[in-house]
Write a protein that binds this ligand. Structure first.
Ligand SMILES: [Zn+2]
Length: 461
């Protein structure tokens, strides 16, 4: 009885908070949910939930994948609750549920789609029991927040309900091992031309057979621990895949996905492999939710990968590319470094890798730089690297250790001067690699570069 009264008080208070926030013009904050949980710690358990709940989690790609899934379903006329405008932790989920419910918490919609922070699952999954949960991948992430992949796996195994149907990355042995007794559907990209068993990255989060402990052998390694493995000791292998990418046609901008012996062509949103994984996981998820191939293909054709994560602009024949790199996340950074290296033509790079909190209080260690493949930036067609931010000396040392010639590196503390330090005359493209917390800064830098490129004369310098 007391618990239920406390719940009513919490939701009432949260609504007042939301009203005040609305009046002062603040959007997408998790504050109402935070208050609700402070006042009623079992708030998420008590609030009535929509009938069907879909979840998306994993180390990398969950925001992009959630956005694709939500856009397609919205275009198809589905009405649902989601936490797109808020945060992916428990308070964000609570805020979304409060916002999309009647006064005392009865849900206004039958469907909910939540992007879920994997680290926060103990505070979410026991109460928000997803009917279907997509895990994009499991990689090493920020040491401070995520500790280790085995720690994250333990959390997921403990808190994912037994009844949840899983959509998993079958090319990732950590991801595909989640909750082994749950019903599951696996997606993957079979070996592509040129892929070998050679290891190219510093970080490899699984090297030993999960059954007998012998060192794994690899059919191919795509990047980090993504690929297909087998064990010569006990016969363990990577799992069979249910959805596979059979063909990637970059010219026609199409991918062919095969499932149940049938092939179907979908639009290719972005040709980097991480984004092909993102599209494939969204397609698998939507198919398993019951959406037809035709509907998915038609609605996906109208989408683009979220522009705050990857954005290409052109000025005077030169490309300016904003690419999210994610500070403290060695895999996301290594992937973006490899994309820069593989991008055709001569290029310059601006690195804004400082974590927002790092820059503010200098709290975390720099070990993650040594998990990150800065070696990819040691490429003859990358003629200039400007690294800016509180940790510029550390990045400078790391770049030197990666073999980047000293004369190609500029390092400065003030990020606002980064664009000025670029030689843009002899490059065809400029990459700005930034952290989730430096989106606005990256935009400002982009505009400065465009101004410089499109008319050096009008520049006061
Ligand atoms: Zn084995």
């Amino acid at each position: 009885m007391f618990g239920q009264l406390r719940f009513y008080f919490a939701i009432f208070f949260a609504r007042c908070t939301a009203l005040v926030l609305k009046l002062i013009g603040r959007k997408g904050t998790s504050m109402p949910g935070s208050w609700a949980i402070i006042l009623c710690p079992d708030f998420l358990e008590r609030i009535p939930k929509p009938k069907t709940i879909l979840g998306i989690t994993g180390t990398n790609g969950k925001t992009t994948v959630s956005n694709i899934i939500e856009d397609v379903l919205e275009d198809l006329g589905y009405s649902f609750v989601c936490n797109r405008e808020g945060t992916n932790v428990h308070t964000g989920v609570a805020s979304s549920l409060i916002a999309e419910s009647r006064f005392w918490g009865k849900p206004k919609r039958d469907l909910a789609i939540f992007e879920l922070d994997e680290r926060s699952s103990p505070r979410i999954l026991p109460y928000i029991k997803p009917d279907m949960l997509l895990v994009t991948n499991i990689f090493r992430d920020s040491y401070k927040r995520n500790a280790h992949t085995e720690f994250i796996l333990d959390i997921l195994n403990e808190y994912i309900p037994d009844t949840t149907r899983l959509i998993l990355n079958g090319d990732d042995l950590l991801c595909s091992s989640v909750k082994p007794h749950n019903e599951r559907v696996l997606f993957g990209i079979p070996r592509r031309d040129g892929e070998t068993a050679e290891r190219k990255n510093i970080v490899m989060d699984i090297t030993a057979c999960p059954v007998c402990g012998k060192e794994l052998s690899w059919e191919f390694i795509r990047y980090h621990h993504i690929g297909r493995a087998y064990c010569e000791g006990c016969g363990f292998t990577s799992p069979e895949l249910d959805y596979t990418v059979e063909n990637i046609d970059e010219e026609r901008k199409e991918i062919t996905v095969k499932s149940a012996e049938k092939e179907y062509v979908y639009p290719l949103l972005n040709s980097s492999l991480i984004n092909i994984y993102n599209s494939l996981s969204a397609i698998t998820f939507l198919r398993e939710f019951g959406i037809s191939e035709d509907e998915i293909a038609e609605k996906m054709a109208a989408l683009s990968i979220n522009e705050t994560r990857y954005n290409e602009t052109e000025a005077n024949g030169k490309k300016i590319i904003l690419h999210l790199a994610k500070g403290q996340n060695p895999v996301a950074c290594s992937r973006s470094f490899e994309n820069v290296r593989n991008y055709p033509g001569k290029k310059a790079v601006i690195l804004l890798l400082d974590d927002y909190l790092d820059a503010k209080k200098s709290v975390e260690n720099i070990a993650w730089y040594y998990d990150t493949d800065f070696e990819f930036l040691n490429s003859p067609d990358i003629s200039r690297i400007v690294t800016a931010g509180a940790r510029h000396w550390d990045v400078y040392v790391r770049l030197l250790m990666a073999g980047v010639p000293e004369e190609r590196i500029v390092h400065i503390k003030n990020e606002n001067n980064a664009a000025k330090m670029l030689d843009i005359d002899d490059v065809e493209s400029v990459f700005v690699l930034y952290d989730v917390y430096t989106v606005e800064l990256a935009d400002v830098i982009k505009d400065e570069i465009i101004t410089r490129i499109s008319g050096e004369k009008t520049d006061e310098n």
